[in-house]
Each structure stands twice: as structure tokens, then as C-alpha cells.
Ligand binder design. Structure first.
Ligand code: IPM
Ligand code: MG
Length: 364
């Protein structure tokens, strides 16, 4: 049966990197490895420009109806002057909330070929394989009250609220434990329990959930220490589980361990297993339109989509192997360029991945 994918290119480099991801999907489709219907929609600044809304109703409706959503990136300086409710980021946050995508999986894997591209010493990062599980529909990103008010004195007061219910913490910790069971069976829950009551509760709930997984070793870490440990000795981590905002920050940090934020895919899943897939990097307006962006994080997001939403793990592995192969061939976009390698643009990198997608021997 054909699966329906909603493609939302968004802003900045979004359309360029998504074009390469679509090339990969179309190549797989052409050889019969998958049967897909791709639809396109508007989100972010592009949607605001066309329809005055960063998340038009029709986009949300189409996203809900699709088997999976593939997203590029949103945002850019052009839309920064807009009221926060109209900014491109609202489109992304609205999709996350509207689809209930509470579980955000951000793997940070170092490809051996890129050990030199990391700003950290190769021995610190070689073999790195961390899964960051970020809560995505709660916490300070969505908590009420929020806003900026003007006090009688004329001074302004800004408020955002960190809020979690026990069930929200429970379900994300469960996702982290389920994933850890298929990996190293270690979960580190990151909080700020020494200062924030909300995360003190988070710690208690994480502990309670882990007791239902006797094989899992659960540890806790304050977020400031976790940031330090990620650059000091990142290989100590297997699965990290944390709040929306801490996960946002720590996943950028973890991304740089792998050489470039241009390499990291993500999956955002809801309770029904429906997913949205996007690179963790932003819209990079400084290089937009230049054909220089790294499409590999988006292509690797396609692999996650094949694995988590399209029930095609073998095809996912082929995409990942193809990415590994082009790195082996010495092809590099500017962000991961190192001496002796061949620098290529966005489209050339996408073409190389398609060419490297040779079927695994013995499989049709
Ligand atoms: C991310 C991004 C988003 C976030 C922005 C674009 C709203 O930084 O996906 O990490 O903060 O979640
Ligand atoms: Mg971020």
C-alpha cells in the first residue's frame, strides 16, 4: 500500500536540502524498494509569505492525514521583526503540538570518516554513538503563563513557565528506556533538580519508570554538568533523556561532536507512531541559495523515516550505508571539508548518495 509523505521544505536552505532527500526517495521508489505518494505543503516563513500564517490550516490537516512528514528548516532574518505568533518557528512548534509529537529522537553518531572534522580530539569522539531523547511538546516551550506585560510602573515583565505533568515525564522516559533496551541499556536523565522543583519531580518520575526496566541502568545528571561531560567525555553516554529546552541545547552541543550540525537527523514521534523527520540544524540563511548546504542530515532523516514510520528498516540501512560510502569516497560539503577531501555542493552530494544506493547483495 502506498504511504503518504508530506514534504515541507520551509525556508533558507530547506528547499535545497529537501530536494536531495526527495531524490533519494524517488530513486528508492523507482527501483520498487518503497511505494510512496509525496505531497508538498507550506510551512514557516514561506507559508507566512504566501498565506499570512506560518502554519496554515491546510498544512496541519495534511500533516495529520500523512503517514509521515519530512521537513527542511524554518526561519530567517526576514521574518524576525514579525510578532512571535507569526514567526516561522511557530509553524514548526504548531506541527509538533498539533500532531502530539512528544518524543524527539536525535542520534549523535560520529562517522569514522569524519573524526577529523570534529573540533574535539579524534580519541574523544571516535566511536561516538549517543541517542538524545528530547521531550518535544511540553516544558518551557509550551508552558502557561507566557508573554510580556507592562507593569503599572511602565517597566516590562517577561514570563515563561517550565511545566510538566507526571504523565508527560513518564511517557518520554518510557521511550528512552525502550530505546536503551535495544542499545547499551543505559539511560542518563538530565535535569536541574538542585534548583527547579519541576525537574526534581522529573527525576522522581524517571526513577520510577526505570524500576519497570530492571535491565536498565539509570543515572541522573544536572544539565550544566551534562553540557560539560558532553565535551569532556561524550562516550560515557548511551541514551540521554531530558526536557524540551535542555534537549534543544544539548543536541546542538552533541551535534558538534560529530563534526557538523549538518550531519544530524531527527525523528519526532507521537503516541500512534506517526512521525515528522527533520535535520536538527536550522535554515542557515547565510548560505541559502548557494547550493553549499550539507544535505546529509536530511537524507539521514529519510533513513529514520523509513525505519520508524514506513516499516522499512532494511531500506533505511541502505540509505545510511550510502551516506557512509560517499564519505568514504572523500566527498565533503564545506561544513565537513578537511584537507585532501573533495569539496562538493548540495546537489552533487545528493547525486552521490543516490549513486551509492546499490542494493545490498542477495536482496532484491
Ligand atoms: C530545533 C530548533 C527549534 C527548537 C526552533 C527552530 C524552534 O532549534 O529543532 O532544535 O528550538 O526546537
Ligand atoms: Mg535547536
Amino acid at each position: 500500500m502506498s504511504k503518504e509523505i508530506l514534504v515541507l521544505a520551509g525556508d533558507g536552505i530547506g528547499p535545497e536540502i529537501l530536494a536531495e532527500a526527495v531524490k533519494v526517495l524517488e530513486a528508492l521508489q523507482a527501483e520498487g524498494a518503497v511505494t510512496l505518494t509525496l505531497r508538498e505543503g507550506l510551512v514557516g516563513g514561506a507559508a507566512y509569505d504566501a498565506l499570512g500564517d506560518p502554519l496554515p490550516e491546510e498544512t496541519l490537516t495534511a500533516a495529520k492525514a500523512a503517514d509521515a512528514v519530512l521537513l527542511g528548516a524554518v526561519g530567517g532574518p526576514k521574518w524576525e521583526p514579525l510578532h512571535i505568533s507569526k514567526r516561522p518557528e511557530k509553524g514548526l512548534l504548531g506541527l509538533r503540538a498539533g500532531l502530539g509529537l512528544f518524543a524527539n529522537l536525535r542520534p549523535a553518531i560520529l562517522y569514522p570518516q569524519l573524526a577529523d572534522a570534529s573540533t574535539l580530539k579524534p580519541e574523544v569522539v571516535s566511536g561516538l554513538d549517543i541517542m538524545i531523547v528530547r521531550e518535544l511538546t511540553g516544558g518551557i516551550y509550551f508552558g502557561q503563563p507566557r508573554g510580556v506585560e507592562t507593569l503599572p510602573s511602565g517597566e516590562r515583565r517577561g514570563v515563561n513557565t517550565l511545566v510538566y505533568t507526571e504523565s508527560e515525564v513518564e511517557r518520554i522516559c518510557r521511550v528512552a528506556c525502550d530505546i536503551a533496551m535495544k542499545r547499551g541499556k543505559r539511560v542518563c536523565s538530565v535535569d536541574k533538580a538542585n534548583v527547579l522543583e519541576c525537574t526534581e519531580m522529573w527525576r522522581e518520575v524517571a526513577t520510577r519508570v526505570a524500576t519497570q526496566y530492571p535491565e536498565i541502568t539509570l543515572s541522573h545528571m544536572y544539565v550544566d554538568n551534562a553540557a560539560m561531560q558532553l565535551v569532556r567525555a561524550p562516550k560515557q553516554f548511551d541514551v540521554l533523556v531530558t526536557t524540551n529546552m535542555f534537549g534543544d541545547i544539548l543536541s546542538d552541543c552533541a551535534a558538534m561532536l560529530t563534526g557538523s550540525i549538518g550531519m544530524l537527523p531527527s525523528a519526532s514521534l507521537n503516541a500512534a507512531g506517526q512521525g515528522m523527520y527533520e535535520p536538527i540544524h536550522g535554515s542557515a540563511p547565510d548560505i541559502a541559495g548557494k547550493g553549499a548546504a550539507n544535505p546529509l542530515a536530511t537524507i539521514l532523516s529519510v533513513a529514520m523515516m523509513l525505519r520508524y514510520s514506513l516499516d522499512a528498516p532494511a531500506v533505511a540501512e541502505r540509505v545510511e550505508a550510502a551516506v557512509s560510502r560517499v564519505l568514504e569516497q572523500g566527498l565533503r560539503t564545506a561544513d565537513i571539508m578537511s584537507p585532501g577531501m573533495r569539496q562538493v555542493g548540495t546537489a552533487e552530494m545528493g547525486d552521490a548518495v543516490v549513486a551509492a544506493l546499490a542494493p545490498v547483495q542477495g536482496r532484491a
